[in-house]
Design a protein. Structure first.
Length: 344
């Protein structure tokens, strides 16, 4: 049978409340009494339930994290392990633990975050995505539960968030294609659900306009973000029989799938078409051809997200803050050919 506080109190000849105060390092307990109780605890191999005590104090040192996708698929997208690596590395330094959860649908997300907020286990929450018409943000704001968003929300005035400048990321990647002589540049993976993709697409359009290239809606293919359907989108683009010399994919996984379909169709990368994506995953260096990508510094996004949520938890007067993490283009083989001087 497990040893209880009452057993320790009886053996040490003190009250159970005194044992509880010793466990909590209460300064009201004398050094002599504290040492006696701790000696008995050691002799009886007593280990207090620190989570239960933390829950009672509402000081659990636990941060919840929420990723989109089913539990089976949440970690398949390389962005999430990398951002979690940044979160956990910073949490470890600060004595916090991380609780990981995922949700397949927006309604599931809302249920999970409200459970986090009401069951007292987590002191705060890090949301991994920013959605269009996000009801989760509204619900957490209404109940004043500390949270940080990875992504730029539609209404950022009362929300603490960290993100890249995704409009600038989309613009710079498209400019990279233009600098290689591309003028007929497709965009695959557009979605209305995730703001990160809408911003990257806005940057793509901005770069085209600034270079005097007419936007062609026929070169844009919509699809579900963060799912392995880049191949389907590539087949859709090919079925339109439109000329293109470059493909901006909403993320690297889509770019990988697109290149596979292009190869099967006898279209070479980069000899015939240039392809690039976003996230700069480790696979980019091992894929054939090696993939040009935008490094969004996911590890740093995770570090910043934890720093912000810790500040919100530990400072009750903390005002909403916004942080931007820099991006950079990593050129590789998939955009190494120049089309300058050609008629495409």
């Amino acid at each position: 049978m497990a040893v209880t506080i009452k057993d320790i109190a009886k053996m040490a000849n003190v009250s159970p409340s005194t044992v509880s105060r010793v466990v909590d390092e209460n300064p009201r307990i004398s050094k002599k009494t504290s040492e006696k109780v701790k000696r008995v605890m050691k002799e009886m191999d007593y280990h207090p339930n620190m989570l239960a005590r933390s829950l009672a104090r509402k000081d659990t040192k636990i941060i919840g994290t929420l990723m989109p996708g089913t539990k089976e698929n949440a970690f398949k997208h390389p962005f999430f392990p990398e951002i979690l690596r940044g979160i956990t590395s910073e949490a470890y330094k600060s004595g916090y633990n991380i609780l990981i959860s995922s949700a397949a649908t927006p309604s599931d997300e809302k249920k999970i975050v409200l459970d986090f907020a009401k069951n007292g286990v987590a002191e705060g929450l890090i949301l991994m995505t920013s959605r269009h018409n996000d009801t989760v943000i509204k619900s957490l704001t209404e109940i004043s539960f500390p949270f940080v968003l990875v992504g730029n929300p539609e209404n950022s005035s009362n929300v603490t968030w960290v993100d890249n400048d995704n409009i600038e990321a989309g613009r710079k990647l498209t400019e990279h294609f233009i600098s290689r002589g591309c003028r007929k540049i497709a965009f695959i993976g557009l979605t209305d659900e995730y703001l990160v993709v809408k911003d990257r697409f806005e940057g793509y359009r901005k770069a085209l306009g600034e270079s005097g290239i007419e936007f062609d809606e026929g070169l844009v293919v919509k699809g579900a973000f963060m799912r392995s359907n880049g191949g389907n989108m590539m087949r859709e683009l090919l079925s339109r029989e439109k000329d293109f010399s470059g493909i901006v994919a909403a993320d690297d996984d889509m770019a990988f799938d697109a290149i596979k379909v292009l190869k099967k169709a006898g279209i070479r990368v980069p000899q015939d078409v240039l392809v690039a994506g976003f996230n700069n995953t480790k696979m980019d260096d091992y894929f054939t051809p090696m993939l040009t990508s935008v490094d969004i510094n996911a590890f740093e996004l995770g570090r910043k997200a934890f720093q912000l949520i810790r500040a919100k938890i530990e400072d009750k007067d903390y005002k909403p803050a916004h942080e931007l993490v820099g991006i950079n283009i990593v050129p590789r083989e998939s955009t190494s050919r120049s089309f300058k001087g050609s008629t495409e």
